[in-house]
Design a protein around this ligand. Structure first.
Ligand SMILES: Cc1ncc(COP(=O)(O)O)c(C=O)c1O
Length: 449
């Protein structure tokens, strides 16, 4: 496996050197040579119930035997109605309206379009602009890419992307210069309001943010009070709030919505990865009743969706995954065990000053490596410390998710750990020990380079 594969897996168009998967069971994948890999990151935080869960596979088999896909304009289905009811219930009744899609990017794209349609429906047709944040990732379709600040993934498309405003990221480990960490949330709210006023509130459709940043930051939870403060600003100016929970949602942080822990309900939100746990591609854009009412009054309903919207077997997978998570009390487990998992990692790496920060919520954990813990200066990007850690971990049989770009878009080294919610104690311990070994060996070498 090459370093560039691990550096930027989502960007790399080649598959040269990758192991060839044969099968997977629970938290482990096996390649065709019989090598075993513990899935410590669920790809990018997808496989919340591990692989080949017998109950999920059985639900898929049953649905496929009945009907795999009935087109949404011809039929409703038990599977999509049940999943809708589950999502409404898991979101505390806040989201009864939704569009099912087949990926996180489509979910975000739908959220953006729902915001635009809402303003158009109310006659505010000048509200076309989105505001997003630095160091963010919202997806690969043109709209979702436009609101993403991920330099290497945008570069080839610059010039064709939407004109989007970007405000500062909310990173307590790397607060803005001259801003104390406890002042960060208030400072960023002021910055957002200033940008809304600068471009004209009447032109702004929505503010989109990841409640816990994923790949673009290496798991960065918003500081305390941030989500409430930015929501208040948006409310003052009629700007919708879109919470992108594609990676951090569906229970990954230990609550079904990540923003639940911030006491905030956005107007629109996206979910995907963990919704059907990777058994079938599935995402959704969820939106408030007030938005739905405006869309119905003006246009008869929401005007977005795809051929595979509400795909019957995908919805059946979502029902099975979410039913098992609830039945087995996995979110409470993720919340509590996640805090201990971060402590375990801290303990295992306590002798490594270069481990600058271990952060996250639930089973969504980021480890940031720095060259200098006092100044937080990252290692030379050419060393690709994150990628080397990823490669060493893989050699040792652990899949983690190495990321870069968290410092200035091109530098920084972070590793994401996002195990299945039902991983065993032994598997979690193995993840910690293997990852700590890979970090230790890589950083010891980087020190002397
Ligand atoms: C927060 C967030 N939004 C959107 C996306 C895009 O999802 P997908 O890759 O399924 O299109 C991702 C993918 O990593 C993500 O992390």
């Amino acid at each position: 496996m090459t370093q560039s594969h691990l550096a930027n897996a989502a960007n790399n168009p080649t598959t040269d050197g990758l192991p060839r998967v044969a099968y997977a069971r629970g938290s482990y994948l096996f390649d065709v040579d019989g090598k075993r890999y513990l899935d410590g990151s669920g790809g990018p935080a997808v496989y919340c119930l591990g692989h080949a869960h017998p109950e999920v596979n059985e639900a898929l088999r049953i649905q496929n035997e009945k009907v795999a896909h009935a087109y949404r304009y011809h039929f409703t289905s038990d599977a999509s109605d049940q999943l809708q009811a589950i999502i409404t219930e898991r979101t505390g009744g806040h989201f009864r309206q939704m569009v099912f899609v087949s990926s996180g990017s489509e979910a975000v794209e739908s959220c953006l379009k729902i915001a635009l349609q809402y303003h158009a429906a109310r006659g505010e047709t000048a509200r076309r602009r989105f505001i997003s944040r630095r160091r963010s990732w919202h997806g690969n379709t043109l709209g979702a890419l436009s609101v993403s600040d991920f330099k290497t993934r945008r570069e080839a498309y610059e010039g064709s992307l939407l004109d989007v405003s970007f405000v500062s990221s909310a990173n307590a480990y790397r607060p803005l210069e001259g801003v104390a960490p406890d002042q960060l949330a208030a400072h960023l709210a002021v910055e957002l309001e200033a940008e809304i006023l600068r471009v004209g509130p009447e032109t702004v459709a929505a503010f989109i943010f990841e409640p816990v940043v994923g790949a673009a930051g290496g798991v960065v939870p918003a500081p305390q009070g941030y989500a409430k403060a930015v929501q208040a600003v948006c409310r003052r100016h009629g700007v919708l709030v879109i919470g992108d929970e594609v990676m951090c949602g569906s229970g990954r942080t230990g609550t079904w919505r990540a923003l639940e822990q911030d006491g905030v309900v956005p107007d629109i939100m996206s979910v995907a990865k963990g919704l059907a746990g990777g058994y079938v591609p599935l995402g959704a854009a969820l939106y408030a009743d007030a938005i739905h009412d405006a869309l119905v009054a003006a246009h008869g309903g929401v005007q977005t969706g795809h051929t595979f919207t509400g795909h019957t077997t995908a919805c059946a997978a979502g029902v099975a995954v979410q039913t098992i998570i609830e039945r087995d009390g996995l979110l409470d487990h993720v919340l509590k065990r996640g805090a201990r998992l971060r402590d375990d990692l801290r303990a295992a790496l306590s002798d490594m000053p270069e481990v600058g920060d271990i952060r996250g919520r639930g089973y969504f954990i980021g480890i940031e490596i720095v060259a200098d813990p006092d100044t937080k200066r990252p290692f030379d990007p050419d060393l690709m410390v994150h990628a080397v850690i990823g490669r060493r971990a893989l050699e040792k049989g652990l899949i983690c998710y190495p990321c870069t770009g968290n410092v200035g878009g091109t530098a920084g080294d972070t590793i994401i750990l996002a195990p299945p919610y039902n991983a065993s104690e032994e598997e979690l311990e193995e993840s910690v020990a293997t990852l700590a070994g890979a970090v230790r060996e890589t950083v010891a070498r980087a020190r002397t380079t």
